[in-house]
Write a protein that binds this ligand. Structure first.
Ligand SMILES: C[S@@+](CC[C@H](N)C(=O)[O-])C[C@H]1O[C@@H](n2cnc3c(N)ncnc32)[C@H](O)[C@@H]1O
Length: 244
């Protein structure tokens, strides 16, 4: 398995993006475990880094499609970082998907998640959300796609240590009656959809524990003094791994 992960990482060497190795591995494993009862929907593809992890998971699992939704014009935070609204990532996205050899598992949809959701009619087994990160945008992604996620399907948000996304995952996932088996991997928060009648007290405790871990991971951004930085960050990682 590690060999396969190494192989995928190699194809990603020159692909621009913000995903950590463990986050990529989580996407790969979750996609590989998909049963085929629904598709994978990705909100926010940029140049294809997360898409390639997901598609490789399907390739090594039961097959299927990743519907990769993105207007390919960047999110407001990119306009700020790159000091321009003139962003177009679709050509590089297609090139990277082809180079990674996963075109048959990817259906690119150039559009905004909330518009695409309106006419969507395919069940979703894994919903990966990495679009715009403002509260309203991240909440709109949830509201638009939650109804399409099947029971037993997985939802995951990237950058859930950012304040606005953290608020969405707290309100809509960690404190919700609709999820169980919540967890965190680096900045990713994830959980499995469950009918509220089947959510147990233990599920609620575990979801809250995952929220606590999400907050601990967020503390990594604090200015920790030099010599303490490495051991403290390693400790955070160890505590977080305890729920996986
Ligand atoms: C952080 S990047 C995604 C990174 C990508 N997942 C990766 O692994 O490299 C966010 C992306 O969300 C896209 N985006 C912004 N608003 C969106 C929306 N309403 N629906 C879908 N995608 C959106 C942007 O165009 C941008 O490419």
């Amino acid at each position: 398995m590690n060999e396969r992960i190494g192989e995928i990482e190699k194809t990603l060497e020159h692909v621009d993006g913000w995903l950590s190795r463990d986050e990529g591995r989580f996407l790969y494993e979750t996609a590989r475990r998909c049963t085929g009862r629904g598709a994978i929907v990705e909100i926010g593809s940029w140049k294809g880094k997360s898409t390639i992890w997901l598609a490789n998971g399907l390739k090594d699992g039961k097959g299927g499609k990743v519907y990769a939704i993105d207007p390919h014009t960047g999110a407001p935070e990119h306009h700020e970082i790159f000091k321009t609204k003139n962003i177009w990532t679709f050509e590089e996205f297609k090139k990277n998907i082809t180079h990674a050899g996963v075109t048959e598992f990817v259906v690119p949809i150039v559009g905004r998640s909330e518009s695409v959701a309106k006419t969507w009619d395919t069940p979703v087994e894994f919903l990966w959300i990495d679009g715009a990160h403002a509260y309203e945008a991240a909440k709109l992604d949830f509201d638009s796609w939650f109804p399409h996620l099947i029971e037993g399907g997985v939802i995951a948000y990237h950058d859930s240590t950012f304040d606005d996304v953290k608020r969405v995952v707290r309100e809509c996932i960690f404190l919700s009656r609709h999820f169980r088996a919540a967890g965190v991997i680096d900045s990713v928060s994830f959980a499995t959809k469950v009918h509220p009648a089947r959510q147990t007290s233990w599920d609620r405790i575990r979801n809250r524990y995952a929220y606590f871990l999400n907050m601990i991971y967020g503390l990594r951004a604090l200015p920790i003094p030099g010599a303490l930085r490495k051991p403290i960050k390693a400790l955070f990682k160890k505590i977080i791994r305890s729920v996986q």
